[in-house]
Design a binder for this molecule. Structure first.
Ligand code: GDP
Length: 202
């Protein structure tokens, strides 16, 4: 089945893993540092202006936002709370960490994680911490290096290869691509990859 990204529809936002829908079907989750460009990438993927809110105040309470992805009844895109925003209380940070960690480790229907990173600063310490939580034995990982329009083609390729080598050194198996929400670059590649994940046997 071909996913119809343009028909993606908001289901709900949850602040606790207990409020998630039944752990059935297939979920593809999107994670990234706050301000990395995750909302913009989701909007580009879905061909929409405001599916996910761009540039929202990162300090506000964040939830896991779930979206239905037709035509399947049980395909979902999952927007995970951005991490790494400096101006939050330790308590709030702990809550987000727990929410993220619980989701990534407990969710059986998680088929793949798309990690959104600013191409100028891929694989920060916090991104590495997140990767520790991803159950890579049963979950695909794809790294999207966004804001590629901020670099020359040559610089972008250098960043991509550097990130690839770092992942290899960490023993993490992943695919990577460059991306630009501004220039709509890499969107079709991302759609194709996610379609493959969704249609692959479990
Ligand atoms: P999020 O916090 O990860 O959801 O990031 P946003 O999508 O809200 O983007 C953060 C900032 O980066 C906003 O000012 C966006 O306009 C900008 N931005 C996002 N994607 C791109 C991109 O591909 N190119 C450029 N030049 N700016 C981008």
């Amino acid at each position: 089945m071909e996913p119809r990204f343009r028909e993606t529809a908001f289901i709900k936002g949850v602040a606790q893993v207990a409020q998630l829908p039944l752990d059935e079907g297939i979920e593809i989750a999107f994670a990234g540092r706050s301000n990395a460009g995750k909302s913009s990438a989701l909007n580009s993927l879905c061909g929409r202006k405001a599916l996910a809110r761009v540039g929202r105040t990162p300090g506000r309470t964040q939830e896991i936002n779930l979206f239905a992805l037709p035509p399947a009844e049980d395909w979902r895109l999952v927007d995970l709370p951005g991490y790494g925003y400096a101006k939050v209380s330790a308590g709030q940070r702990e809550h987000w960490d727990q929410l993220l960690g619980d989701y990534l480790q407990a969710r059986r229907c998680l088929r793949g994680l798309v990690l959104i990173m600013d191409i100028r600063r891929p694989l920060t310490e916090l991104d590495r911490q997140l990767l520790d939580w991803v159950p890579l034995d049963r979950c695909h990982l794809h790294c999207v290096l966004t804001k590629a329009d901020k670099l020359s083609r040559q610089q972008a390729d250098r960043q991509l290869h550097g990130a690839q080598r770092e992942l290899e050194a960490m023993g993490v198996e992943a695919t990577l691509q460059t991306f630009s929400s501004l220039k709509n670059q890499g969107v079709e590649d991302l759609r194709g990859l996610l379609a493959d994940w969704l249609n692959a046997p479990a």
